[in-house]
Design a protein around this ligand. Structure first.
Ligand SMILES: C[S@@+](CC[C@H](N)C(=O)[O-])C[C@H]1O[C@@H](n2cnc3c(N)ncnc32)[C@H](O)[C@@H]1O
Length: 293
């Protein structure tokens, strides 16, 4: 077999593999059982929530103690390893597949000449469906980059376009926040993240794309929507509508809640505050909330 054929065979195997198709930086990628990954992800979120509370209360010693606990557990890198395994087909799969399906349903063809620009916030892989589909030029960012094609950057401090021309050239047609909003440890921070998304969205390139672009692809763990005291789908829709979005596609799977919100340019938006208000009550419910100030 020629070297080229061998390499093709190897990359094919890697793409269908359930392990990351790239070396992670500075960490061994040993396989974790699904129970271990779930526990690790949950514990990482809980510790970050406690850290935020300690920081807000000015409890410096307590905050340092929690930081140490996070690091002892392997920190963000270990959490990312657990998340990568969660993306494997046996564990819920690649969430960006549905985005491509939806865009095709909305009439987008993969053979269109001008590539669309996608900003993937919280990118762990460079070979997921949105990277492979050929529709997008993908810009990937993450707080902790696991690959040279992922820029290490906090979305909240990403420099915004300086003017309209900059936004039209360097802005995006789609922004993906897949399992990122729930990473933010406090409701106000989540609201802030949703608020800045539109600053990076550009106008649709062609008139026939006006019903599809630009948009936000949002994925959350299903219980954030179906089992929260403070948030349900109607509330999320109302919040997004106040920010200028139309809920265009939704899907609930056994584990995840998926949304595509189209941003409507030039639509007068009524700036509305959404506080943390109890919508329903049951002892087994969680406290996930989003606050728009
Ligand atoms: C659970 S992983 C999600 C990975 C992937 N998007 C998915 O759908 O499986 C969450 C990732 O979001 C990243 N993240 C959280 N807040 C971020 C921010 N403000 N800017 C950039 N990345 C962020 C974290 O570093 C982490 O790697």
């Amino acid at each position: 077999m020629s070297a080229k054929a061998k390499s093709r065979k190897r990359s094919k195997r890697l793409l269908s593999n359930d392990r990351p198709a790239f070396p992670t930086r500075g960490h061994k990628t040993t396989s974790l059982s699904s129970k271990v990954t779930r526990t690790l992800i949950r514990s990482h979120h809980t510790l970050h929530k406690r850290l935020k509370q300690a920081e807000t209360a000015g409890e410096i010693a307590r905050a340092n103690e929690i930081r140490l606990q996070i690091e002892t557990q392997g920190g963000l890198a270990k959490y990312q390893q657990a998340s990568i395994q969660g993306q494997s087909s046996q564990r819920g799969g690649d969430s960006s597949k549905l985005l491509i399906e939806w865009l095709q349903e909305l009439g987008l063809s993969t053979t269109e000449h001008t590539k669309l620009r996608l900003l993937e916030v919280g990118a762990l892989r460079v070979d997921n469906a949105c990277s492979r589909c050929g529709i997008f030029d993908v810009v990937r960012i993450d707080l902790n980059s696991q690959h040279e094609q992922i820029l290490q950057q906090d979305f909240m401090t990403r420099p915004m376009p300086v003017d309209e021309a900059d936004r039209e050239e360097n802005g995006f047609d789609v922004i993906s926040l897949s399992l990122v909003l729930n990473y933010i440890p406090d409701p106000v921070g989540r609201g802030e993240m949703l608020k800045i998304v539109a600053s990076f969205l550009r106008r649709a390139l062609q008139n026939e794309q006006l019903n599809t672009f630009p948009g936000l692809y949002l994925v959350l763990p299903r219980p954030c929507i179906t089992n929260s005291r403070y948030l349900d789908e109607a509330m999320l829709e109302a919040m997004m509508s106040s920010l200028g979005y139309v809920m265009t596609r939704t899907k609930l799977s056994s584990k995840l809640a998926y949304y595509y919100f189209r941003y409507v340019w030039d639509q007068p938006t009524v700036s509305q505050a959404f506080t943390k208000k109890e919508l329903r009550k049951a002892s087994n419910m969680n406290n996930f909330a989003i606050v728009l100030q």
